[in-house]
Every structure is written in structure tokens, then in C-alpha cells.
Ligand binder design. Structure first.
Ligand code: EPZ
Length: 426
């Protein structure tokens, strides 16, 4: 199993730019299915991420033409006729569930397999299916498959929970529906604003993203165009925490500081110095103070995707911190691995109580999911000695060339290919 090998104890220093947001690009790729015009879509500066290539592979299998032009992706979805998302790819990437909306809206039918659970918990899709039914779709669950069909018409929908994926799925379905759709208790994440901006560029009439009420006036034909997403706020936050946990000084560039307000406040409360410009944030780490309580909530609350890296950071705080994840209740697989490095963390339900220690020691650890992997890398950067992080395929779903990026900041981290036969437990 390939791994990252990290020699810890070096303070990160320097500047680093942040690539485009994975969680914007994925729904925007799904939205490209709404363009039947034959005029291509150009997505600019798309990062090289496993999840992005998996989504492009799905679009290709559905009939889209995908081309690469340097860092840009060109998409022509005029000939999409296939209404079934390939099962293997669907299982590989649960977030492909938000292909349902555009495929149903465009073709009048769609068949997907249940995305299934993952390391961060069961990933129910009830809010997606209930919303599609509200838009007039007949939804049938057949074993591990779901079929939806019908012509969509605008509706008033109130989400029981501000689900990011359900909000995106229903926005895309509503663009093709006859009439007006209003989504209430919608997710307010910046990625929703990114998706709205993209849809407007393609000729759709969407307003309200970033607020709890999104209005879509459906029934217009969409066209091509070009678009560049926001920078990835979770990658940016990971870099900021990497600088803080190593007590270094780092400037992240090409970011939107307001997207990171909750993290900036926690970093300031725990002893880091931060300065923000229009598109940059500089952090200078120092002795880490404990955070008595951090509650993880939907945006603009503290983001669940930065909860694992934050827990890693707080393992070295003076005192006891408590982190409660109200979004994914058992997103704590990083805890058992951090304990192997000397961290003192107790799990009580969906909260982690972290008793700070003076140092972490390098160890062999394994990532169970994307952001748990990021947490282990950060711990390795701060630990004494060498840390080997396995399971890096998870990390590479959402961080483009992480070893290279951290190496530019002075980290000693390299990607090591597995030795044949290594890791075979006899
Ligand atoms: C998106 O996942 C992100 N993924 C996740 O990022 C992120 O952690 C999550 O939003 C929360 O911000 C993408 O954008 C591709 P949700 P999503 O629907 O849409 C419950 C990463 O690391 N729920 O907002 O799946 C669900 O169980 C990934 O980049 C229902 O109950 O998140 C969870 O408790 C991980 N029924 C909560 O809502 C539903 O129908 C949040 O889920 C849907 C969700």
C-alpha cells in the first residue's frame, strides 16, 4: 500500500496557493449534463484529484465528450443519452448521487444504485429522494437500485436538514422543471454559491444561494461557457492548521478569507496569530491553547471537513479541548490512529475530548477516509521522528499533490510506493 513518509518536527514556512474546490467542481460537473446546446463548457484550472477524474469517467460513460486543455477541462454533453450511472463508479464515489437531478430532468428517467455508507458514516439519501418526489418524480427503490422517472414541475420544498448534496441535487433538477421551485432550509455552503454562479453563467435563473432560501425558475435551455470555481476552503484550512501545529508561519494565497471565518476564530482563540487580506491569509503558530468547546455545524459553523485536522492540532494544546461533530456523528476514525502517536483522546458519543500532550511520536498509521488522512499527515508533521501514513488513496481524492505542496513549505514528506508483498498479513 503506497504511503506518505514524514519526518516531523520542522516548522512550516512560506507561501502556498490553493487549488480549486473539489466540492464545487463535482456538482458543477454534474450540472454540465444540463447543457444540451452543443456549445462546450470550459472549466478552468481543475485540480488533479481522484474524485474529479472519477466524475469525468462517469460523464464519459453517460455519453459526454471530455477533453483536457492544459489545466482546463472541456465538456460537451450534447450527446448524453444514457440514464444509468455505472454501478462500480457510483459505489466508488457516493457524491455521484447528485447526478440524479440533472439526468432525471434532462432524460425523464434515471437509475442509480444506492451509494452506501462509508468510513464517516451512513450516507442516507432520503432528502434527495423526497425532494425529487416533491418535484413530481416517481421514485422506486428496487433492492440496491433506485429508479426515478417523470416530467418535473416546480415545487416548494423544505429540507428537514440543510444537506449540501440534496440542495445541489434539487437545484439541478429544478433547473429543468416547468415553473418555479423554492428550496427552504437549503445548505448555505460556499460551494452552493459556486454552483449557482455556474448555473447562471449557463443561462439558468437561480437566486438565493448562500441563504437558506434558494429560488429556481426552471424550463430554460442552457448553453455552454467557461467557469473557474472558488478555491478549496478545506484545503486552505488544512494548510493553515499544518502551519499552526508545526508553529510555523505560512501564507495561503488565492483563498476567500470569509469562507474560513469559523476556523480563523478557533485558531486565534488557541494562540495563533492570523492576518487576512483580500485573497490571502497568514498564520503564525505558537504555543497551542486548548479550545474548551468547538461545535461542528453546517456552514457558517465550523466545517466537519476540518474537524479531523482540528482534532490533530488540539492534541498538542495546553489543556483539554472538546470537539463535537453535529454533522457526521461518527467521523472519528482518525482518533484511534492519533492515539498510536501518543495523543490522549476519549470519545464520548459524537464528541472527542482531547487532553493535550507535550509531544507526539512518529508511528505507522492508516487513513480510513479523506480528512482523517489529512489529520494524520498534520500529526506526522509535528511528531518527533518518522510517521508512515498508509491509505493515501483516500487523501488523494481531495488534496492535489499534498507532499509537493507541504514540501514547498519545508516539510520532509515523500510518497513511497508499496514494496511488493509488503503489508501482507500472514
Ligand atoms: C458534502 O457531503 C460534502 N461532499 C462532504 O465533504 C461534507 O462533509 C458534507 O457535504 C457536509 O458539509 C461533497 O460536497 C462532494 P450532507 P454530503 O448531505 O452532501 C445527513 C469531503 O471530505 N443527510 O450535507 O453527503 C447526512 O447523514 C466530503 O470533502 C441525511 O440524513 O453531506 C449527514 O449527517 C466528506 N439525508 C448530514 O446530513 C440525506 O438525504 C450532512 O450530509 C442527506 C444527508
Amino acid at each position: 500500500m503506497d504511503k506518505y513518509v514524514i519526518r516531523g518536527g520542522r516548522a512550516l514556512e512560506g507561501k502556498i496557493a490553493v487549488h480549486g474546490a473539489k466540492n464545487s467542481i463535482l456538482p458543477i460537473l454534474a450540472a454540465s449534463l444540463l447543457n444540451c446546446s452543443g456549445e462546450p463548457i470550459r472549466l478552468k484550472k481543475v485540480p488533479h484529484l481522484h474524485d474529479v477524474w472519477a466524475m469525468l469517467e462517469i460523464l464519459s460513460k453517460l455519453g459526454a465528450r471530455v477533453a483536457h486543455d492544459g489545466p482546463d477541462i472541456l465538456l460537451d454533453t450534447a450527446n448524453v443519452k444514457c440514464d444509468q450511472v455505472p454501478e462500480a463508479l457510483m459505489r466508488e464515489m457516493r457524491s455521484s448521487i447528485f447526478l440524479m437531478g440533472p439526468l432525471l430532468g434532462r432524460l425523464g428517467r434515471v437509475r442509480v444504485c444506492y451509494p452506501g455508507g462509508c468510513a464517516i458514516g451512513e450516507r442516507p439519501i432520503n432528502l434527495h429522494l423526497e425532494g425529487l418526489q416533491a418535484l413530481g418524480a416517481a421514485v422506486e427503490e428496487r433492492g440496491s437500485y433506485i429508479e426515478a422517472r417523470g416530467r418535473l414541475r416546480g415545487a416548494a420544498i423544505t429540507l428537514a436538514y440543510p444537506s449540501v448534496g440534496a440542495t445541489e441535487n434539487l437545484m439541478l433538477a429544478a433547473v429543468t422543471a416547468r415553473g418555479e421551485t423554492v428550496i427552504r432550509n437549503a445548505a448555505r455552503e460556499p460551494e452552493i454559491i459556486d454552483l449557482q454562479n455556474f448555473l447562471i453563467k449557463m443561462g439558468a435563473r437561480v437566486t438565493g444561494a448562500g441563504s437558506p432560501v434558494i429560488t429556481i425558475k426552471g424550463g430554460r435551455d442552457l448553453h455552454g461557457g467557461q467557469y473557474r470555481t472558488f478555491p478549496d476552503r478545506i484545503v486552505a484550512g488544512t494548510y493553515l492548521l499544518a502551519a499552526a501545529i508545526t508553529r510555523g508561519q505560512v501564507t495561503v494565497e488565492e483563498v476567500v478569507p470569509e469562507h474560513l471565518g469559523a476556523l480563523i476564530r478557533v485558531l486565534q482563540k488557541t494562540g495563533a496569530d492570523l492576518a487576512a487580506g483580500d485573497t490571502v491569509i497568514t498564520v503564525a503558530g505558537g504555543r497551542i491553547k486548548a479550545a474548551p468547546r468547538v461545535d461542528v455545524h453546517p456552514y457558517p459553523g465550523f466545517p466537519t471537513d476540518l474537524q479531523p485536522p482540528l482534532v490533530a492540532y488540539l492534541t498538542l494544546a495546553d489543556g483539554t479541548s472538546t470537539v463535537i461533530d453535529h454533522v457526521f456523528k461518527n467521523r472519528f476514525h482518525h482518533v484511534q490512529e492519533l492515539r498510536k502517536m501518543g495523543a490522549r483522546i476519549s470519545l464520548q458519543g459524537h464528541q472527542a475530548v482531547i487532553t493535550g500532550v507535550s509531544e507526539l511520536k512518529g508511528a505507522a498509521v492508516e487513513a480510513a477516509d479523506l480528512r482523517a488522512g489529512a489529520a494524520l499527515v498534520l500529526a506526522g508533521l509535528a511528531a518527533r521522528g518518522e510517521t508512515a501514513v498508509a491509505g493515501i488513496k483516500h487523501i488523494e481524492r481531495g488534496y492535489e499533490e499534498l507532499p509537493r505542496a507541504l514540501g514547498l513549505l519545508g516539510a520532509k514528506i515523500e510518497r513511497v510506493a508499496a514494496v511488493p508483498g509488503e503489508g501482507v498479513r500472514l
